[in-house]
Design a protein around this ligand. Sequence first.
Ligand SMILES: [Zn+2]
Length: 207
Amino acid sequence: MAKRALILVDLQNDFCPGGALEVAHGDEVVEVANRVQKRFELVVATQDWHPADHGSFAANHPGAEPYQVIDLHGLPQVLWPVHCVQDSDGARFHADLDTARIAKVFPKGTDPTVDSYSGFHDNGRRKSTGLGEWLRAQGVDTVYVLGLATDYCVKFTALDAVTDGFATYLLEDGCRGVELHAGDSEAAIDEMRGAGVTILDSGSIGS
Ligand SMILES: [Zn+2]
């Protein structure tokens, strides 16, 4: 019998409308997250959790602009507006998110020298956040993913889940994309599907 977990990716104020790195309609997925949680015995969350001197912030690179791509210690890095700084309001979960059933929160992006889109590993796969090991220790072999944003942290979390050997499902209506370029979310969905992620609507897992 498969043991399933739900992974809520970065449901934080800064990724919702009005936030520092807002995702259009990002707040709409909170309702989906709250609704589907009761279908799962185990719920975990990731939280983008940067120190103020994080290398992904354009503000920390004199002369650079947000959304420019630079080389950050050997990895291509999109520079972002300052967002999800540890202990800031922007880093907190959306106020409407039901957090009572979240068994464990996995902070990511805590190392100033490397970004971490995935909830499992940093972008260089140099360090683990502990998420994969923790899920395995609970006997989990199947994960369902939703959250923000489709074309970055959701995508890389789902791809890492597949790489790490989890049967992986994406709840597409529980995700919204940054869409730096039009079509990025659709391309991300295609990439996930191609890697072996099963794409579902939250309605298909019951309510
Ligand atoms: Zn970030």
